[in-house]
Design a binder for this molecule. Structure first.
Ligand code: SF4
Length: 358
């Protein structure tokens, strides 16, 4: 039986337990996408800074049960110990969902590693998201020559695992940017026709990216895109993940994208942010931040006995975390909006309204 996401319902009322960890496993990448905000090349010396498996074990032991463990990078499958790292968190933190975002450029490695993970972590939902930025021409303009076919090859080999492993979820993520905003309708149709793909998320470009021109987006096109994703869900033209609570997650996705539109048009925080209270970010070199804006370092695990609690309970960290509400900072980061919606009772009427239409 999968670890139920509803184990964390207490966090609706009590925001004292971290339930969502984003762990940047590596900065290294085998691509150099112009919209990336976290990157170094494949042979970079950054590798020497990466936390070892032993260090990761100590960090994981310092944390409680997780609802959501999201790996990030860099290309996460460049870490040769990704299976062992996942096992460590699985044993110590019993995550309900573990997210593996990947550019899909290493088909054999990804299939072999994810199958080992599926076998071992049978009580967690293993969600793998492939990056597809557009139809072949657009995708390769952004992610490099030959990348589209490789990612589709990865999809073909992973889809064979879906029947055997009911805890496996396969999805696609697209970064909405200036170079692909005109081709979204075609891409959404293409992805909804891919057998076994249960969710297609579209993330709005964010952060300090390599090519700032990609941030010149047309919000009307984004609005059209999110409306199309929502109507496809409501008309059952696109499917929903299989795990318990997936319909709630789909309702939250719709709500979240509406909030993003409002945030961008008003340049204001729309709902309270629980960064540092329910969510935390750990980098490959051990830095700890409340969120991916990376402008509020709380400490480094190597200086704090590998204990995340030591870091977030220091006076400095508490002050920084509390200042998030006072400052009312805002962003469009989808993963953080997820907890900000699901754990905020004032959002429930809107959430239920969306849920009932699915
Ligand atoms: S609103 Fe965004 S930038 Fe501000 S703390 Fe929350 S996640 Fe970070």
């Amino acid at each position: 039986m999968i670890y139920s996401p509803f184990r964390h319902i207490g966090s609706v009322f009590n925001k004292h337990n971290l339930i969502h960890l984003t762990f940047f496993l590596t900065k290294r990448c085998n691509a150099s996408c112009p919209f990336c905000f976290y990157h170094s090349d494949i042979d970079s010396k950054d590798r020497e800074q990466e936390l070892s498996l032993n260090e990761i074990k100590k960090i994981s032991r310092s944390m409680g049960n997780l609802l959501w463990l999201a790996f990030s990078g860099g290309e996460i499958f460049l870490r040769k110990d990704i299976v062992d790292i996942t096992k460590v968190f699985y044993e110590n933190n019993k995550p309900s969902i573990i997210l593996f975002p990947t550019n899909g450029l290493l088909p054999e490695v990804i299939k072999a590693e994810i199958e080992k993970i599926l076998k071992h972590c049978s009580r967690s939902t293993i969600a793998l998201k492939l990056s597809i930025e557009g139809m072949e021409g657009i995708h390769e303009k952004i992610r490099g020559k030959g990348s589209f076919k490789k990612t589709i090859q990865t999809y073909e080999s992973l889809k064979m695992l879906l029947d055997e492993y009911p805890n496996f979820e396969l999805g696609v993520n697209t970064v909405f940017c200036a170079d692909n905003q005109d081709g979204m309708a075609e891409l959404i149709k293409f992805v909804s026709g891919l057998d076994g793909i249960k969710t297609h998320t579209v993330s709005l470009i964010r952060g300090d990216v390599l090519d700032d021109g990609l941030k010149k987006i047309d919000m009307q096109l984004y609005r059209k895109t999110v409306d199309l994703l929502a109507s496809n869900l409501k008309n059952k033209q696109s499917s929903i993940y299989r795990f318990k609570g997936a319909k709630l997650k789909a309702a939250q996705d719709i709500l979240q994208r509406n909030i993003i539109c409002e945030t961008v048009s008003s340049n204001k925080q729309q709902i309270p942010c629980y960064a540092g209270k329910l969510n935390i970010v750990l980098t490959e070199s051990g830095d700890v931040y409340p969120c991916e804006s990376f402008d509020m370092k709380l400490g480094n695990v190597r200086d704090s006995g590998y204990d995340i609690d030591n870091i977030i309970s220091s006076e400095g960290a508490k002050k920084a975390i509390n200042s998030i509400q006072e400052k009312g900072c805002f962003c469009t980061h989808e993963c953080y909006l997820m907890t900000n919606i699901l754990f905020n009772p004032s959002m429930y009427p809107s959430l239920i309204k969306e849920y009932l239409q699915l």
